[in-house]
Design a protein around this ligand. Sequence first.
Ligand SMILES: Cc1cc2nc3c(=O)[nH]c(=O)nc-3n(C[C@H](O)[C@H](O)[C@H](O)COP(=O)(O)OP(=O)(O)OC[C@H]3O[C@@H](n4cnc5c(N)ncnc54)[C@H](O)[C@@H]3O)c2cc1C
Length: 240
Amino acid sequence: MLRDIPATVSEVFSIGANARCIRLKTGQAMPFAPGQFMMIRCEMKEDGDFKIRDGKKPVQQRAFSVSSSPLNTEYLELTVKPIENAFFSDYLVRKVGAGHPFFISGPFGHFFYTDEMQDIVLLGAGSGIAPLIGIMRYIRDKRLAAKAHLIYSNKTEQDILWRKEIEELSEGNISHLFTLTQQQWEGMMGRIDAAMIREHVHDATLFFLCGPMPFVQEMEKILATEFHVPKERVKKEIYD
Ligand SMILES: Cc1cc2nc3c(=O)[nH]c(=O)nc-3n(C[C@H](O)[C@H](O)[C@H](O)COP(=O)(O)OP(=O)(O)OC[C@H]3O[C@@H](n4cnc5c(N)ncnc54)[C@H](O)[C@@H]3O)c2cc1C
């Protein structure tokens, strides 16, 4: 694990409703496994439409999954979607541009993919796509034979992050299903439930769950009660 490695933003772009991709160049290589997270720290700068309230300190640190593949040594990528009434994540999407300095520590976490894993199912909601797309990119880049099936839930079509790339990634052993919970469309609709999993998931040896606490808890419950999946075959990352 490396501590306080200086990094600079090399690129920022929009990837869906109120969400940004932030790419960082680090002062030195930061090895990580696909799916792991880093602690990202910076000094937030106030301006006309960003003020730090309630006596909070300008230097803040939060956990962010790495959404790039570890095989990509050009940059370390974050996928940021602010929660409601956000602070640090709001600053990241509205105020951070190329050249902004950060300090990064990591990698952290047990939510990661290793090359021996076969037939994985990725269940994600909202910004929970971040480590999952990192895993999918890694499987593609390393040309691994593992099957990876993503079921990704969002409120509306606008909220689907990395949509085009997920569609492009989906060929051969990688596949996906988008589902929307608050908008009519031609695709799958409704929350991820037992019936959806039964219909779209076959031969799963390992499940990766990522998103807000209620989502991850719901998925865990469905896998345990409806499919009797043992705990050891379920990996989870909760964005609380
Ligand atoms: C392992 C892990 C990985 C994660 N990976 C990701 C990821 O890949 N992508 C992602 O998007 N998120 C990720 N998260 C979530 C992320 O770390 C933050 O928790 C999330 O972005 C919310 O942080 P925040 O500062 O915006 O909100 P909070 O820390 O919850 O702060 C919100 C609070 O600050 C107050 N506030 C709002 N504005 C201001 C202001 N200007 N001044 C003072 N106070 C204010 C609000 O009233 C509210 O009470 C991850 C979390 C974990 C645990």
